[in-house]
Design a protein. Structure first.
Length: 183
């Protein structure tokens, strides 16, 4: 983990907060926002050219984020906007900082999911769905094929605006980096 330069922090905050707003209100992350994040992130890191904010790290962050989230998209566990947003975040902060954001996003997403499941009274069906996911993956089958409720594209599925959890993960990362990362 490293503490990103001010301009990188500002860009990250602008992108994730705007994406969270759009995802919460409209349930989608606009392509123009993700593309702006990728291009500005890569360009900015090219011009900064000092580790950890350099072109190589930016491209690695973009690539790894895209691949990991694209697999989730293929399993229909994420929307395409979430894939592009996380790729943009990776391009902005670089690979190692992106991994920190991924961990915090996963934690915030898990907490939000527990609250949502409890609030909607779907605890029992959620445990069944977890079992279905594990069983499907061990049989090399996409979970949504066994249960349409596990398809993020299904209107009846309980969905969480993932850009909001990405924003929380990014903000949590910036706070943690401010406290613990060397400068």
């Amino acid at each position: 983990m490293s503490y990103p330069p001010l301009v990188v922090r500002v860009l990250l905050v602008l992108i994730v907060i705007t994406a969270a707003f759009f995802d919460y209100r409209h349930r989608r992350v606009p392509n123009w926002l993700s593309l702006t994040g990728v291009l500005t992130g890569v360009g900015l890191n090219y011009f900064l050219d000092q580790p950890p904010t350099d072109l190589s790290n930016s491209l690695k962050g973009f690539g790894v984020a895209f691949v990991i989230y694209f697999v989730l998209y293929l399993l229909r566990a994420m929307g395409a906007g979430d894939v592009k947003l996380m790729a943009a975040v990776g391009a902005i902060v670089g690979l190692w900082n992106w991994i920190g954001i991924l961990v915090l996003t996963s934690i915030f997403g898990g907490v939000a999911a527990i609250v949502l499941v409890s609030k909607t009274g779907r605890v029992r069906s959620t445990f069944r769905n977890i079992w279905t996911i594990l069983r499907s993956l061990t049989h090399r089958q996409a979970p949504y094929e066994s249960n349409p409720e596990l398809d993020v594209r299904n209107e009846q599925a309980v969905r969480l605006p993932h850009a909001v959890t990405i924003a929380f993960g990014a903000m949590g990362f910036l706070i943690a980096a401010y406290i613990w990362a060397p400068r």
